[in-house]
Design a protein around this ligand. Structure first.
Ligand SMILES: NC(=O)c1ccc[n+]([C@@H]2O[C@H](COP(=O)([O-])OP(=O)(O)OC[C@H]3O[C@@H](n4cnc5c(N)ncnc54)[C@H](O)[C@@H]3O)[C@@H](O)[C@H]2O)c1
Length: 312
């Protein structure tokens, strides 16, 4: 294996799950973890390293500050998660402060890294990371679309009672209540979803997908989902490290694509060693265009708040 190094900032529920996935899959030589909680960080580093050994993986896992240099990919999950009754947007200013401080520090010792942002509200945090770091748009992208698509796939196979692992879905837009599930691009074992379920059933699935995060927040009572988010993030890391050019829905800065400029939103992206290799422009019907526009407006409101209250 070519020497490949991944940094994870924030080893709470999502960061630790991601690191566990990466370490046991043996897809990089080194994983360096970073967190404010020093003892917890060391516990995670030791535990995940031992999991890697159980998996006969050669990935070295550490929590040494001086090792947090020259990473190829850095995933940022640092920040506070939602509590019941909170929206992702309620986290805006707290997590913007955390995002700014961690990315400014990370770029100093990781001059070539590609950054994957996970902290919420996701699209606004990608915007914050871009603005705070000054890095080019291909090197900063956010994870949400893979997770939202996996949630949609889960609800489809539950509704059908079959198809687990054979459902292909696509969700675009912001990672918020008005994300845009692209029903006409969904298939189950190659068959169009629209031919398998009624309009009402599909509408129910769209609503469940949009509320998928909140459902888990409510059940947990103190925090948000982490297995699916951690695994989804690992897919993005893998595609970048292995330069696969795999297309995944990711949150990126749009500069004219889909008719929007200077705004971050989830769109299909080809991932490779340069991070964002290409933004794919899918054909959207009028209704999807309208929903995408609504989703962009919601992200814009957050970005405006950041510009007025944070980046002053
Ligand atoms: N994009 C998505 O789809 C998605 C999915 C799930 C969670 N999230 C978001 O990811 C974030 C993390 O969620 P979680 O469940 O892992 O939360 P968590 O509370 O379990 O972990 C967050 C970690 O960040 C650390 N941290 C805070 N400030 C830091 C700093 N300045 N430097 C280093 N570490 C710092 C904390 O100590 C903690 O360990 C939240 O904002 C959550 O909303 C996003």
């Amino acid at each position: 294996m070519e020497n490949k190094k991944v940094g994870v900032i924030g080893v709470g529920n999502v960061g630790a799950t991601l690191a566990f996935n990466l370490a046991t899959k043996n897809i990089c030589n080194e994983i360096v973890l970073k967190d404010l909680r020093e003892d917890y960080l060391q516990a995670m580093a030791i535990d995940i390293s031992q999991a890697a050994n159980a998996a006969n993986s050669s990935t070295n896992v550490s929590g040494d500050k001086e090792d947090f240099v020259n990473c190829d990919v850095i995933v940022i999950t640092a920040g506070i998660p939602r509590k019941p009754g909170m929206s992702r947007d309620d986290l805006l200013l707290t997590n913007a402060k955390i995002m700014t401080s961690v990315i400014e520090e990370a770029v100093l010792t990781n001059k070539d890294a590609i950054f994957i942002i996970v902290s919420n509200p996701l699209d606004a945090m990608v915007y914050t990371a871009l603005k705070a770091s000054g890095l080019p748009k291909n090197r900063i992208l956010g994870m949400a679309g893979i997770l939202d698509s996996s949630r949609m796939a889960h609800f489809i196979s539950k509704k059908l009672g079959t198809g687990q692992g054979k459902v292909k879905t696509a969700v675009m837009g912001g990672h918020g209540d008005d994300m845009v599930p692209l029903v006409n691009y969904c298939t189950v074992d190659g068959k169009k979803l629209t031919e398998l379920l009624s309009k009402e059933d599909i509408e129910e699935i769209v609503t469940l997908t949009r509320n998928g995060g909140a459902q888990i927040v409510k059940l947990l009572g103190n925090g948000s989902a982490y297995y699916a988010p951690g695994y989804s993030s690992s897919l993005m890391v893998e595609a970048i490290l292995n330069d696969t050019k795999e297309t995944y829905p990711c949150a990126v800065l749009l500069e004219g694509e889909y008719g929007y400029k200077d705004i971050v939103a989830g769109v299909p992206v080809k991932l490779g060693k340069n991070g964002v290799e290409e933004i794919i422009e899918l054909e959207l019907n009028e209704n999807q265009k309208e929903e995408f526009s609504k989703s962009i407006t919601s992200v814009k409101e957050l970005v405006n708040t950041l510009d007025q209250k944070f980046f002053v």
